[in-house]
Ligand binder design. Structure first.
Ligand code: ADP
Ligand code: TRP
Length: 325
């Protein structure tokens, strides 16, 4: 039995890139009966960049509702908010004291963020330590993440090794990143990587009229309707290919190459495809967004399960460090 663990920051509503690149592959892994999955909402991590509490609470609900909308089995697995299980922050402090300063100073994600952001706070710097605590608290074996998280996972492992050296035994389980190279980078409406920080994302849960406005904005060249078009260099076609069936993709491809088919037609087809393929997730998402109490009770039940595992690990760590009563 392998323990799979991953977290998503509550720094925005999940977009198509997060869903295809992170949420769906993790849910797939969770369906393997050999695995036990621990999926959480990294709301403490989101504080490094998002200070507005009301917005964070809304994003937490949206992320939770997305996992549920795509069928994550929260009863069989463990599903919680990081901030509600205080052992995350307790372990993060201990691990801070096992983390060499230069290791954090060399972190690529930190360097990139500190160049881009005006608020370069200490939380941003120690972000990987909290992430290590998230993982090590639950004896997690497999951590499905995007390529950008590779270094953070190496740091988690390194920090665990340092702690275990002091303890003289393997108190903290060494985690392995699972980076699926087959998962492609989903392009945003401007053709760059889809990301909330580039404001180029597609929120598939928007009402139809708003979703239509977003799909209309997708970048295209200025070829006239009659002209043949190259599907492989077009963003609408790329997005369509990620969600449509093989026959639908083949049909759109020939429409492009034949000519007489405008980008407006392709955008309409993409919108229709999103509405059709994600009809059920859209309904479940809206249901949970409107039934807050039900969502809350699912998260509270998950917290209890997470806490009992976390308390076991933190007890062992406190013992090693001389913090137990
Ligand atoms: P964002 O770039 O919008 O801030 P995050 O960094 O919060 O997204 O990413 C959360 C998860 O979604 C990560 O596992 C990341 O690898 C995945 N992800 C984000 N954007 C994309 C994308 N465009 N294509 C594929 N996966 C993505
Ligand atoms: N840093 C991850 C990201 O930005 C989110 C995260 C926080 C995480 N804690 C984690 C991912 C623990 C995996 C395991 O995508």
């Amino acid at each position: 039995m392998a323990r799979v663990l991953t977290g998503i920051q509550s720094s925005g509503r999940p977009h198509l890139g997060n869903i295809l690149g992170a949420i769906l592959p993790a849910i797939e892994l969770s369906k393997n009966p050999e695995n036990e999955s621990f999926f959480f909402i990294a709301d403490l991590h989101s504080l490094t960049t998002l200070k507005d509490g009301a917005l964070r609470a809304e994003y937490v609900r949206a992320i939770a509702a997305t996992w549920l909308a795509f069928g994550f089995d929260y009863k069989k697995n463990v599903f919680w908010r990081q901030s509600r299980v205080q052992e995350h922050t307790e372990l993060a402090w201990y691990l801070n004291c096992f983390t060499p300063f230069p290791m954090l100073a060399n972190a690529t994600a930190y360097k990139e963020k500190s160049e881009k952001l005006s608020d370069v706070n200490a939380g941003l710097f120690t972000y990987p330590v909290l992430q290590a605590a998230d993982i090590l608290l639950f004896d997690a074996n497999i951590i499905p993440v995007g390529k950008d998280q590779k270094q953070h996972l190496e740091m988690s492992k390194d920090i665990a090794v340092r702690f275990n050296q002091l303890a003289g035994e393997e108190i903290l389980v060494l985690p392995e990143a699972k980076i699926d190279d087959r998962i492609m980078t989903i392009p945003g409406i401007d053709g760059q990587k889809m990301s909330k920080s580039y404001n180029n994302y597609i929120d598939i849960f928007l009402p139809e009229n708003e979703l239509k406005k977003v799909t209309k904005k997708i970048l295209s060249d200025s070829k006239a309707l009659e002209e043949p078009k190259d599907p492989d260099s077009d963003v609408t076609f790329k997005l369509f290919s990620l969600i449509a069936s093989e026959s639908e993709i083949a049909e759109m491809r020939s429409n492009y190459t034949n000519g007489g088919y405008g980008y407006g037609h392709a955008k309409q087809a993409l919108l229709a495809c999103i509405l059709e393929k994600f009809d059920e997730p859209r309904r479940i998402f809206n249901y949970y967004m409107e039934n807050n109490e039900e969502l809350e009770s699912i998260l509270v039940a998950g917290e209890e399960k997470a806490r009992s595992v976390a308390q076991h690990t933190i007890g062992k760590v406190r013992n090693v460090l001389g913090f137990s009563s």
